[in-house]
Design a protein around this ligand. Sequence first.
Ligand code: 6PG
Length: 254
Amino acid sequence: MVKKVKEIAFPTRTLILPGGVNATIKYAAEEWIRCAQEAIDDHGFFAVALSGGSTPLLIYRKLTSKEYQGSIAWDKIYFFWSDERAVPPNHPDSNYHMAMEAGGLIHMPIKKEQIHRMRAEENIEAHAMEYQNTLQTLLGNRALDLVMLGLGEDGHTASLFPHTTALHADKLVVANEVPQKKCWRMTFTFSLINKARHIVLYAMGSSKAEILKQLLHSHENGDALPAKRLGSTLNKAQFIVDDEAGRNLLNLTP
Ligand code: 6PG
């Protein structure tokens, strides 16, 4: 019997609480597979932007596991990334490296032409423009089918960190200087993210409980808490949250 997940609807986002860690990863993986099949049935391919972070990694491992890999039409998927660090593809900090190696995608039947890595390690501004062109060439006027996102304890998502210039960029993909981390990142902007058919943020663990409560209830603006800007009344974001991360929210009313 499929356990009913708890949902709490807010104006621009829906909070989904499947339960503990295992139930949440299972739910997130099965939702990913449902989105993929929905897109492939509708237009012949699934264009997904992967995210860095510990929670998305658990989802990749689930999708590439023996239990789930057979349910996915890997040859019909275009893989993008919603952000990337300014490091080479074989660097341990690379989001590409994490999804491919630690996440197991490298073992799936995926052609290299299906994989669009963000080349953030050099000429990051030019490569951000190039990445935006690649997206627009491949998708035309179509939106991405799914953008996967994590949540930092400071309220960042993708590499849209508090008080950084990317928060107000009109472009779709930009290089973003992150003074708080003394680094540069390549990142999707909200202009791109909020057009996706499915905008899904994943947050798990007690370390995310406080920031989630702030996101949903503080009056801080989107500069201080960027993840607040995910979704709209016309295109709600989904926040898939385990019990630990959602422990301050369970008695919430929208
Ligand atoms: C990155 C990610 C970032 C991440 C959050 C959450 O490049 O680091 O895109 O947005 O998802 O920092 O990371 P954790 O899930 O590991 O806390």
